[in-house]
Design a binder for this molecule. Structure first.
Ligand code: UDX
Ligand code: ADP
Length: 465
């Protein structure tokens, strides 16, 4: 039986970093080396002060502290780590393509392909290669093709082991996952052996009945399906939020009522200003692209609607602000509380805040942002990436401050965009006092639930009520 002694993980990001830290902590006899071409990122993972690791994730620094330099290593020497490894995880980014065929929809596989070529060039012994990044169905086949045709004659087994961790709860999700999915070539002895090798790793801390083995394609497609279903629930409840606002129903009451049906269940039914994150939109676009490429246009249209509804929700929220502020925000100061795509992460990819800010900037508003974990440069980088206006203009019209109170000072409106716990504890009467009158508050996360005008000092709009 194959026993893994050395693991290499290519990509020290939101997926690779936490996943490998937990594997290293739970499997002290396995050496785990996480490599990345980004020197700054690797230096941060190696920072003496473990609180400076590049990813903010509750509980992660403690895990890193325990395993780092024992059997968990971070390095930029990609070749050396590949050479030594029996098992290689690929956790590089797979953004949506911004050019050429499939632009705006298909996953850009250039980073994956570069990895495959590098593995093929360097490897002198047999390797098990594990796809950890989110990938379109049948990527494993392309990987195998490159490895078998450009390699040094060594054998490769390709496994698909999709990531189901959610940011903000990554450590808990990794420690106690609902299930771990391992796709491999179950029809051959070598394939089965590779699958077993990975099963053995997870079995260090996860009950066997939660370790699910399937063929590679089912595993790849299950990941896209899971994210599409989750995102679809958010878009469904967000669609209802607009109807609630028109009819006098309250979306939280509706959500509670339908969620108590055990066939539906209560999770992922919280109405919001729109879902963000690196996965939902990208995975659905992928699904849409794959369906279209097989001529399944009805299937593609069905899933695309989930994204269209999400775009609508973000626009609708921003438009509500403009409309409430007497149909103009030109020259008005609007404070945005929260920039991350959800609480307890410093990740901002596809965050609704970016699009709300962009909409308001197009209406000539002045924006002030406060987020407890997101760095100022990231906020500007997110706006610059949209290419709507020059980087100088973004810097002159968007200010980033250090507290919610500072953000609210002389603002015409405040909007809650991320559900950070600390926003619940704010002295809202003080916020109101800081603002220009008439002052307006827009709660895009239903964070001020059960609070009334008497509690916070002023009337506010909450999505879906
Ligand atoms: C998601 C999947 O949950 C995870 O299994 C997968 O591995 C990666 O993609 P993530 O994007 O990290 O994880 O966060 P998630 O908790 O799913 O939230 C995604 C977005 O939906 C956030 O913007 C969140 O605020 C929003 N959301 C979630 C809602 O608006 N309402 C909800 O009820 C739940
Ligand atoms: P994810 O959320 O999927 O983890 P991230 O962007 O946070 O995505 O992390 C992906 C990491 O992969 C980045 O730090 C990037 O530098 C790294 N990366 C991309 N291509 C390569 C490569 N060929 N070799 C090593 N690291 C790579």
């Amino acid at each position: 039986m194959t026993r893994i002694k050395n693991i290499c993980c290519i990509g020290a990001g939101y997926v690779g970093g936490p996943t490998m830290a937990v594997i290293a902590q739970k499997c002290p006899e396995i050496n785990v080396t996480v490599v990345d071409i980004n020197e700054e990122r690797i230096a941060a993972w190696n920072d003496e002060d473990v609180e400076n690791i590049p990813i903010y994730e509750p509980g992660l620094s403690a895990v890193v502290k325990e395993a780092r330099d024992r059997n968990l290593f971070f390095s930029t020497d990609v070749d050396a780590a590949i050479d030594k490894a029996d098992m290689i995880f690929i956790s590089v980014n797979t953004p949506t393509k911004t050019y050429g065929i499939g632009k705006g929809m298909a996953a850009d596989l250039k980073y994956i392909e570069l990895c495959a070529r590098q593995i093929a060039r360097v490897s002198k012994t047999d390797k098990i290669v594990v796809e950890k990044s989110t990938l379109p169905v049948r990527t494993a086949e392309a990987l195998k093709n490159i490895l078998d045709n450009t390699g040094n004659g060594v054998n490769y087994q390709i496994l698909s082991n999709p990531e189901f961790l959610a940011e903000g709860t990554a450590v808990g999700d990794l420690m106690e996952p609902d299930r771990v999915l391992i796709g491999g070539d179950l029809d051959t002895e070598e394939g089965q052996e590779a699958v077993n090798a990975l099963v053995d790793i997870y079995a260090h801390w996860i009950p066997r009945e939660r370790l699910l083995t399937t063929n590679v394609w089912s595993s790849e497609l299950s990941k896209l399906t899971a994210n599409a279903f989750l995102a679809q629930r958010v878009s469904s409840i967000n669609a209802m939020s607009e109807l609630c606002e028109k009819t006098g129903a309250d979306v939280n009451e509706v959500s509670k009522a339908v969620g108590m049906d055990s066939r539906i269940g209560p999770k992922f039914l919280k109405s919001s200003v729109g879902f963000g994150g690196s996965c939902f939109q990208k995975d659905i676009l992928n699904l849409v692209y794959i369906s279209k490429s097989f001529g399944l246009n009805d299937v593609a249209d069905y899933w695309e609607q989930v994204i269209l509804m999400n775009d609508h929700q973000k626009r609708r929220f921003a438009a509500k602000i403009v409309q409430t502020l007497f149909n103009t925000v030109s020259g008005k100061k609007i404070a945005l509380l929260g920039w991350a795509f959800k609480k307890d992460t410093n990740d901002t990819r596809e965050s609704a805040a970016i699009y709300v800010a962009d909409y308001l900037l197009n209406e000539q508003a002045e924006i002030v942002v406060y987020d407890p974990k997101v760095k100022t440069e990231q906020i500007y980088a997110d706006l610059d990436y949209l290419n709507t206006r020059s980087s100088e203009e973004n810097r002159s019209r968007v200010k980033v401050v250090n507290t919610s109170y500072e953000a609210a000072k002389d603002a015409h409106a405040v909007a809650i965009l991320t559900e950070w716990d600390e926003f619940k504890e704010l002295d809202w009467k003080k916020i109101y006092d800081e603002m220009l009158k008439p002052a307006f508050l827009f709660d895009g996360r239903r964070l001020l639930e059960r609070k009334t005008k008497e509690d916070i000092g002023f009337e506010f709009y909450a999505i879906g009520s």
